[in-house]
Design a binder for this molecule. Structure first.
Ligand SMILES: C[S@@+](CC[C@H](N)C(=O)[O-])C[C@H]1O[C@@H](n2cnc3c(N)ncnc32)[C@H](O)[C@@H]1O
Length: 264
């Protein structure tokens, strides 16, 4: 066993709020964009860090990955709160789904992918870089961390893809049928960005540009919110924002771009 597994888990117990299907947007994005990484991994080990008061979102991630990426995926839900580890025991389905106590050090595991959602939002921003470094140092070679935030029901979400060199991409995602304006996403930014939604900061420029594009695309609302979002994202691309992926992803109400990125 890696010595990290014997140390005290790194981090603190925070509120355990969770909800069924709350993390569907990030899970679907992981399935679409991290499938190669998982499919080619010698050991398809995934960690869901900080699954909360009940393990429903860990159960869902394992099911999605097993059904859509590879059936032999192994998901370990790690929680720093021992009571939450005990409470999850009845949901375990070894070897594909297990639960254990652990923190940012990842309990000595070497996963190829870590999802840490709604965990860092309850920490101070100054603690984020160390938490990222600790988690990415524990990854298998080439592994990634997906770290982000969403609202209670998962209608608004955002996340960073992070590797050993730091953040690589930022994704914003919304349920388009209930989205009033993309500015609503500002309240659900990852901890590293949420306090930077102020003039002069790239994330402020991004949300402002997306919001402007959404307003300009109002006539497309006649054809439904997907068409309006597609138009807004296309406009961002045309004006120099390096939007990644393709319309299949955009249609889901997503937008991914390299991050950090200076605004055009
Ligand atoms: C708000 S819940 C998030 C639950 C679930 N991920 C979701 O998004 O619905 C945050 C959980 O993270 C756990 N947590 C906080 N810091 C942690 C750490 N360093 N390592 C493991 N778990 C941690 C807390 O104990 C809490 O149960």
């Amino acid at each position: 066993m890696n010595p990290a597994a014997r140390r005290r888990p790194l981090g603190v117990v925070t509120r355990g709020t969770t909800n069924p299907n709350r993390l569907r947007r990030v899970d679907n994005w992981i399935v679409a964009t991290c499938a190669d990484l998982l499919s080619t991994a010698d050991d398809p080990l995934v960690v869901d860090l900080g699954y909360g008061a009940n393990p429903v979102t860990a159960v869902e991630l394992r099911a999605r990955l097993a059904a859509k990426v590879r059936p032999d995926v192994r998901l370990v839900g790690l929680e720093i709160d021992p009571a939450r580890v005990a409470a999850a025991a009845s949901a375990a389905d070894p070897p594909g789904l297990t639960f254990a106590r652990g923190g940012f050090e990842l309990a000595g595991l070497r996963p190829v992918l870590v999802r840490a959602f709604n965990v860092l939002r309850q920490y101070d921003e100054s603690e984020v870089p160390d938490a990222w470094r600790t988690m990415t140092a524990a990854l298998a070679p080439g592994g990634v961390l997906v770290e982000g935030t969403c609202d209670e029901l998962g209608r608004l979400a955002s996340w960073l893809l992070i590797d050993a060199d730091g953040p690589r991409t930022l994704t914003l995602a919304a349920k388009l049928t209930t989205l009033g304006s993309p500015a609503e996403l500002a309240e659900r930014l990852p901890k590293a960005l949420i306090h930077h939604n102020v003039p002069g900061e790239p994330v402020h420029a991004l949300i402002r540009a997306l919001d402007d594009a959404w307003q300009a695309a109002a006539p497309y609302a006649t054809f439904g919110p997907r068409q309006r979002w597609l138009r807004a994202v296309t406009h961002l691309r045309e004006t120099g924002w390096p939007i990644l992926n393709n319309p299949t992803r955009w249609r889901q109400g997503e937008l991914t771009l390299p991050w950090p990125h200076p605004h055009p």
